[in-house]
Structure formats: C-alpha cells, structure tokens
Design a protein around this ligand. Structure first.
Ligand SMILES: [Zn+2]
Length: 167
C-alpha cells in the first residue's frame, strides 16, 4: 500500500492510505481522473469496511529518471524514498514538514532538469547534504554520517569483488 498525498484545500499531508472513518485499509476505487496539470491523480474511493466515500490525491512520480548506485545497481528515482531519507535525518528537529518537502521537491526538479536518463546516487546524496546544511546542522550531520557509512560499505563490497576477480 503506497502513501498518498491528501489535500484538504490548504494543507497537504502524507499518510498511509486508509479509510478516514474506520481506519480500514481495504478500499475500492470508484473514479480516477488526472488533474489539469497532470501531476496528480484524484481518486474517489469507497471503504470496503464501512462504505464511507473519500477522495485521495496521488502524486505521479516522474518516470524515467534512474539512480545509478556505486555498486552498479539501478533504482528508479522516487521522491517518496528521498523524502523518507530526509525525514529520518530531520527527526525531532524543529523543522517544518513543508521545508522537508520543498527540499525533496527541489532536488527532484534539479536532477530532472539536469539529467536525462540516469543520475549518479552521489549527486543526490550531495544535494541532500547541501540542502540540509542550510536548514539544520544536526540533520545535516545525521544524514552525512549515515550516507558516508553507506558509501564506505559499498566501497568495501567493491574491494571484495576486485579481490575475488583476481583469483
Ligand atoms: Zn471505512
């Protein structure tokens, strides 16, 4: 079950898709339509549990851009994944969710403008670090330490692979 962007006109909130009335996660879609700009899909849903009808707005992720990892794995660029990484770094810091969302949005826009098909994972990591450094020193240090550890782990795997191929 994915996360859905629900709008109550003024506020946008990410939440796990579930019936706002009874909390049931089982629903059926009655109607779907793309927004005029094509960036979101509006869905009318009906809860299977209690029959309550509600509307969700799902953000369409930009298709096509792929993240190249250092170990040569490829992964589709997902704003949701980026957001959850940034949110983890910002946990319990006095940072508004809007600032976090804007940062993720800016990063996705930047790489989408600059790269056609593939973007190196390091570029995204660096953009997150640069962004967080401006926002909150603690969040920056948290992200940077996790990110570096991950990079070192990847380097380690690559070194092992090199050794193995020599044998
Ligand atoms: Zn329900």
């Amino acid at each position: 079950m994915g996360s859905v962007l629900q709008s109550d006109q003024r506020h946008k909130v990410w939440f796990d898709m579930r019936c706002p009335k009874c909390g049931c996660q089982d629903d059926k879609v009655i109607d779907s339509r793309a927004s005029r700009e094509g960036a979101t899909i509006r869905r009318r849903r009906e809860c299977v549990g209690c029959g309550h009808r509600y509307t969700t707005y799902e953000e369409i992720e930009r298709a096509g851009l792929v993240i190249m990892k250092r170990d040569n794995r490829r992964e589709e660029l997902s704003k949701e994944k980026l957001l959850s990484g940034i949110r983890k770094a910002c946990q319990k810091r006095p940072i508004s969710p809007k600032v976090v969302e804007d940062l993720a949005e800016n990063i996705v826009n930047t790489v989408t403008d600059k790269y056609e098909r593939e973007v190196p994972a390091e570029v995204i990591g660096k953009l997150v670090m640069d962004g967080l450094r401006e926002i909150d020193e603690v969040a920056y240090v948290r992200f940077a330490s996790v990110y570096r550890r991950f990079q070192e782990a990847t380097d380690f795997v690559q070194e092992v692979k090199k050794l193995e191929s020599k044998q």
